[in-house]
Design a protein around this ligand. Structure first.
Ligand SMILES: [Mn+2]
Length: 343
């Protein structure tokens, strides 16, 4: 039905809170979500460290391993894999001015402690990928940090993780802003440049989220293409975004079907998934959705990916080539629009 394997995170079934108001849906426990993910056809779950071990900073290393083992058993029960573990550093108040770029050494060391624990958890869950969304690695007040030393401290943070575990791989998920105002690594180009500065560039790659690329004013397809060309597109967060504003995590294709088509096309054309990569759907229900519709955005996104795979299969490359040969790009554009409209 689909050439791809799909993944999703517990945060993608959210309680509907936003910065201006309280939750609008009841919270669900982890097992309820995981059971439903399996029913919907997902193959893997993405985790924050504290999705697996709530309140992780207060727990011993032994306790963390034990709790990770019980989540691993839950995954096995529902025949799901873990795709990656991501330290959720942005939620701790001590990291309010950055974690890997924390100005205070004690805070940086705690960020590294949580990163090592994420690697431990990944090992228990049977995955070799850590994702770093560098949420607060940047500034709210530009003069509060010196950018060059901060960026070098970020690179050294990755080096420490690479030294901690000889097999772990790290994917940087770039985003240009929010929650910080100015990110140090806002695009896939930044992420791959950071990878190249580490002690083991082969073990550092990227995760591209459609909405984050759009927020950077860039095209998600070309951002994916750049990472694919470098051989470093290790995961994607497909979703959609209405322009340059807060991170909306809309259902895939909900805002821009042509972009959705091109994202699936670049993944199909380049055999994404052949090395075990998943299509992650980082989508959230609208705040106005009731409990009964709290998973529908996932069903919508899965269906749109599959329908777009069909559209990609229907594309006649000979027609594309013929339009290009005579510089008839107006004709090519109409051909693509008619294909998408089923006309
Ligand atoms: Mn997002």
């Amino acid at each position: 039905m689909s050439r791809f394997k799909f993944s999703v995170g517990p945060w993608n079934v959210a309680d509907g809170t936003d910065v201006y108001g309280p939750p609008t849906r009841r919270p669900l426990d982890l097992e309820t979500k995981i059971k439903k993910f399996a029913e919907l056809g997902f193959s893997a779950v993405q985790f924050h460290d504290d999705d697996v071990v709530p309140d992780i900073s207060s727990k011993s290393e032994k306790q963390i391993i034990a709790e990770a083992k019980s989540v691993k058993a839950m995954l096995d029960h529902y025949n799901l894999k873990a795709e990656f573990v991501a330290p959720r550093l942005w939620f701790e108040s001590e990291f309010k001015d950055g974690a890997y770029t924390a100005p205070k050494k004690a805070n940086w060391e705690h960020a590294l402690w949580r990163s090592y624990r994420s690697i431990d958890i990944a090992n228990v869950l049977g995955c070799d990928l850590i994702v770093l969304w560098l949420a607060r690695e940047g500034t709210l007040c530009l003069e509060s940090k010196k950018p060059v030393p901060a960026i070098l401290q970020l690179v050294e943070s990755l080096n420490k993780m690479l030294r901690y575990d000889a097999k772990i791989r790290i994917a940087i998920e770039p985003k240009p802003n929010e929650p910080i105002d100015r990110s140090y690594a806002g695009t896939i180009g930044h992420a791959l440049a950071v990878a190249g500065m580490t002690i083991d560039p082969d073990r550092v790659g990227g995760l591209l989220e459609s909405a984050h690329a759009t927020m950077a004013g860039l095209d998600p397809t070309h951002e994916m293409a750049f990472a694919l060309a470098v051989g470093k597109l290790w995961s994607v967060h497909l979703n959609d975004q209405n322009g340059v504003r807060f991170d909306q995590d809309r259902a895939f294709g909900a805002e821009n079907l042509r972009s959705a088509f091109n994202q699936i096309k670049v993944l199909c054309d380049n055999n994404y998934g052949a090395n075990g990569e998943y299509i992650g759907l980082d989508v959230k229900a609208m705040r106005s959705s009731d409990d009964a519709y709290g998973f529908k955005h996932l069903e919508t996104s899965l269906r749109i990916v599959r329908l777009m795979e069909k559209k990609v299969g229907q594309l006649d490359q000979a027609k594309v080539d013929a339009f290009v040969a005579v510089n008839d790009y107006e004709g090519l554009e109409m051909y693509i629009l008619e294909l998408l409209l089923g006309a």
